[in-house]
Structures are given as structure tokens and as C-alpha cells.
Design a protein around this ligand. Structure first.
Ligand code: T5A
Length: 216
């Protein structure tokens, strides 16, 4: 897939690390930041669930009806199907129009949750990633680095989805995955156990620094 005119920015991290909160902050700051070319739009989206098909897949993945919970391989393929549709129907068309896309999770989540968390074959996951994205990779991935204990605390007593219910040891492996991926994939790490506005400011500074190196 050729380089498009727009930009793809991704937020990654363990459950409850503050992605949704920071996505809201970023989506009001970015259009006034001076970074986006005049006339371009900001598309805010998420995985799983960034398309109509993805919304159904999200429900099956996170809140399956009784006896319908997917096994590890089916789960991996469902996340890949969600992503393929998302890239095809939302992300790639937006980038071709010159718009900017801000996504809550992308390929890093599959490697962290299914690769590290479920211990599925990481070579296979990389290959699936290539198929689902058709070679598209983010311009910048921001990892919200929050200690696992704090993420559990922040999620409080709200009802757990199927992934969160996997327990602490599973999420510990996922957290290790994110930490490794941040190093090997050149992600920007942002310390997330700070007050909301401090985290938002750190993200904005990182983005301004990274964007200065981009070609217009
Ligand atoms: N998944 C996903 C896979 O297994 N493989 C894949 O390929 C993909 C794409 C998706 C699930 O699917 C898995 C990963 C997930 O388990 P999701 O909706 O993305 O589900 O999951 P969550 O990460 O669980 O989303 P949450 O909305 O729960 O967490 P967020 O968005 O990270 O956190 P947020 O912003 O909602 O904040 C959580 C709480 O903390 C507070 C907020 O007010 C909120 O109460 N908070 C702060 N408190 C203090 N200081 C701050 N700085 C705070 N920021 C937020």
C-alpha cells in the first residue's frame, strides 16, 4: 500500500490506562494545534469496533452470548477481521483524502494481547498483521505506560469484559508485551500515572516533536 497524504496516530496500552480519556483530549487539541493541513478532517476511531461489521465483532469478542466465547485462534482471527475491515473502509480512505486518523488501539494490541497474553505464534501474528493492514503502519504510536496495579484500581468495580476477566497474570504478560513493543517498534512512551492534563501535555509535546520531522 503506497504512502498516503494523511496521518495515522494510534494510542496503545493496557485496559484502563486512559486511552479513551486522552483520545478526547487529543481530538479537541489536534484541530487547533496547527499540525493538520487546512481543510483536513480528524477521524477518531477504535479497534475493535471502528466499522459496522467491527461493532458486531466487538460485541462477540468482549461480551459473547453464553457458550459463544471464541477460542484463542478464533479470537485472533476476529481481531484481524475487524482490522482488515477498519483499514479498508475507514482508515485507508481517510488517509487518501488527506485526513488524519486517531485510533484507540491498532496492530500493537494484537501482538500484546494475543502474542504475549495468549502466547500465540508471533510470526503468524506478524503475517496476519501484514494481511489485515495491507502494509499500512501508523505514523506515530503513543503507549500510555501505566502500572498494572493502577489500571486495575482505575477500572474499579465496573463490570469486566471478557478480556479484562482473564486475570492479573494474563494482563502482566500483555503489559510486558507493550513494553517490549514500545522499544522495538519505536513508539513514544508516555508516563500515564500523572494527572490527566499532565498526560495530555506530554502527548502534545511528543506529537509536536515527532511531527516536526514529517515531510509536508
Ligand atoms: N484487544 C484489542 C485484543 O485483545 N486484541 C486486539 O487486537 C485489540 C484491538 C478492547 C479489548 O480488546 C482487547 C484489548 C481490550 O481488552 P477497549 O475498549 O479498548 O477494549 O478496552 P480498554 O482499554 O479496557 O478501554 P477502557 O475504556 O476501559 O480503558 P481506557 O480507554 O484505556 O481508559 P479510560 O480513559 O476509560 O480511563 C479509565 C478510568 O481511569 C480514569 C478515567 O476517568 C476512567 O475512570 N482516568 C484517570 N484517572 C486518574 N488520572 C488520569 N490521568 C486518568 N486518566 C483516566
Amino acid at each position: 500500500m503506497g504512502r498516503s497524504k494523511g496521518r495515522l496516530l494510534v494510542l496503545e496500552g493496557i485496559d484502563g490506562c486512559g486511552k479513551t480519556t486522552q483520545l478526547q483530549q487529543l481530538s479537541s487539541w489536534l484541530p487547533t494545534s496547527g499540525l493538520m493541513p487546512a481543510g483536513s478532517q480528524l477521524i477518531v476511531t477504535r479497534e475493535p469496533g471502528g466499522t459496522a461489521l467491527g461493532t458486531s465483532l466487538r460485541e462477540l469478542l468482549l461480551h459473547p452470548p453464553q457458550d459463544a466465547d471464541p477460542g484463542p485462534t478464533a479470537e485472533l482471527l476476529m481481531y484481524a477481521a475487524d482490522r482488515a475491515q477498519h483499514v479498508d473502509r475507514v482508515i485507508q480512505p481517510a488517509l487518501e483524502r488527506g485526513d488524519w486518523v486517531l485510533s484507540d488501539r491498532f496492530t500493537g494490541s494484537t501482538m500484546a494481547y494475543q502474542g504475549y497474553g495468549r502466547s500465540l505464534d508471533r510470526v503468524l501474528i506478524t503475517e496476519l498483521e501484514r494481511i489485515a493492514t495491507r502494509g499500512l503502519s501508523p505514523d506515530m504510536t503513543i503507549w500510555l505506560d501505566l502500572p498494572l496495579e493502577l489500571s486495575v484500581q482505575r477500572r474499579g468495580s465496573r463490570e469486566e469484559d471478557r478480556m479484562e476477566a482473564e486475570g492479573f497474570a494474563f494482563l502482566e504478560r500483555v503489559a510486558k508485551g507493550f513494553s517490549d513493543l514500545a522499544k522495538t517498534r519505536g513508539w513514544v512512551s508516555v508516563v500515564a500515572d500523572r494527572p490527566l492534563l499532565e498526560v495530555a501535555e506530554a502527548i502534545q509535546t511528543a506529537l509536536l516533536t515527532r511531527a516536526a520531522a514529517w515531510q509536508p
